[in-house]
Design a protein around this ligand. Sequence first.
Ligand SMILES: NC(=O)c1ccc[n+]([C@@H]2O[C@H](COP(=O)([O-])OP(=O)(O)OC[C@H]3O[C@@H](n4cnc5c(N)ncnc54)[C@H](O)[C@@H]3O)[C@@H](O)[C@H]2O)c1
Ligand SMILES: O[C@H]1[C@H](O)[C@@H](O)[C@H](O)[C@@H](O)[C@H]1O
Length: 343
Amino acid sequence: MSQVLGVAVLGAGHMGADHIRRLDRVVSGARVVAVADPDADRAREAVAGRAGVAVRTEAAAALDVPGVGAVLIASPGEAHEEALLAAFARGLPVLCEKPMVPDSAGALRIVEAEARLGRRLTQIGFMRRHDTEYRRLKSVLDSGKLGRPLMLHCVHRNVSSPPGFTSAMLVNSSVSHEIDAARWLLGHEPAAVTVLRPRSSAGAPEGLLDPQFVLLETERGVLVDVEVFVNSGFGYQVRCEAVCEAGSARIGDDHAMVVTAAGGAREEVPQDYLVRFADAYDREVRAWVDATRRGLVTGASAWDGYAAAAVAEAGVRALESGARTAVSLAPRPGLYAGTAEAE
Ligand SMILES: NC(=O)c1ccc[n+]([C@@H]2O[C@H](COP(=O)([O-])OP(=O)(O)OC[C@H]3O[C@@H](n4cnc5c(N)ncnc54)[C@H](O)[C@@H]3O)[C@@H](O)[C@H]2O)c1
Ligand SMILES: O[C@H]1[C@H](O)[C@@H](O)[C@H](O)[C@@H](O)[C@H]1O
C-alpha cells in the first residue's frame, strides 16, 4: 500500500465539509491537504483546527498544491466538468459527487476525455451502491432466488428542498439516485421515461412541481416507479421494493430506532441524507481511498455518470412535455465494458 493519500477537496459546503471530516477522522490512509471554495471563509471553517491544509478560492489552484494525489469534487454540479478535466490533465484520480455533470452532452465529453486517456480515473458518488441495505437487495436479486425482477417500486422523500431547487432537479438531482440504483440493481439500461404530476403540495415553494411520479421502462421490460417528494416536511425516506417472478424484497423500512415508552411506540425518521446514508458515505470514501492507494479505480464509473445524466435529461423532457420520452445513449467506449454492474 502506498503512502497516505493527499486529497484536494473542491467545494466546502454541506457535502464537502462532511467529506473533509470523513477523510480526516473516519477513513484511514488519507489526509486533506487542500480545499478550494470561492467562499474562502467557508473553506477555512471546514478545515478549522486542522494544520497544514492549503485553502484556495480556485479549484485548479488547489490541485497544484504539493502533496495532492487525488481529488474529491463536492462543488455544485455545474462546476464538475471543468474540475474533472483539470484532474484528468494532471492524471489525478477523482471521487466526484453526483451528478457527474448535469447535462448529458457535458457528461459525454467527460466519458470521451477519460476514454482518450485510456484508463479510468473517475468514481462517481452514487453512495447507494455502498449502502448495506441496497447491497443486500442486489445480492438477493443477483442470486436468482426470486426469479427475474419485474418491477421496482421506489420512494424518495426529503424534508425540504434547498433554495433554488427547481422542478427539473427533482428528476436530475434527486431521482438520479434511483436511476443509478435501478441500472446497478438490474444490470441493464432504462429505455424510456414518463413523468406524472399529482397536484403540488402546499408545503412546496411556489411554482415547484413537488411531488412527481417518475416511471422508467427498461430495455428488458422492467418497470421502475419513483415517488419523489422533496418537501414532505416529515422525514428523509428512501425505499425500494423489487417485485420478482418468485417473490419480492423490500428495503428502507426499518433502519431507524423504535422507541417504546409511556404506552406507545415511536419510530424515529432520519431528517436528511447525511444521517440515513452516513454508513454508505463512509464505505464509499473508504473504498475510494483504499482503491486509489492500490492504483485501482472501482465504483460507479464516468459511464454510469453519463448514463444517469442521459436518462435524467429524458426525464426532464418528459416532465416538460407530459409525454413518454425515449432514452438514447451514445455507444459505450470499450473502457467501460461491463460497468453497469460494476462494484
Ligand atoms: N450523494 C448525495 O447524497 C449528495 C447529497 C447532497 C449533495 N450532493 C452533491 O454534492 C455536490 C455539492 O452539494 P452541496 O449540497 O454540498 O452544495 P452546497 O451548496 O452546500 O456546497 C457547494 C459549495 O461549493 C462551492 N463552490 C461553488 N463553485 C465552486 C467551484 N467552482 N469550485 C469549488 N467550490 C465551488 C460553494 O461556494 C459551496 O460552498 C452537488 O453535486 C450535489 O448534487 C450529493
Ligand atoms: O442533492 C441531494 C442528494 O443527492 C440527496 O441524496 C437527495 O435525497 C436529494 O433529493 C438531492 O437534492
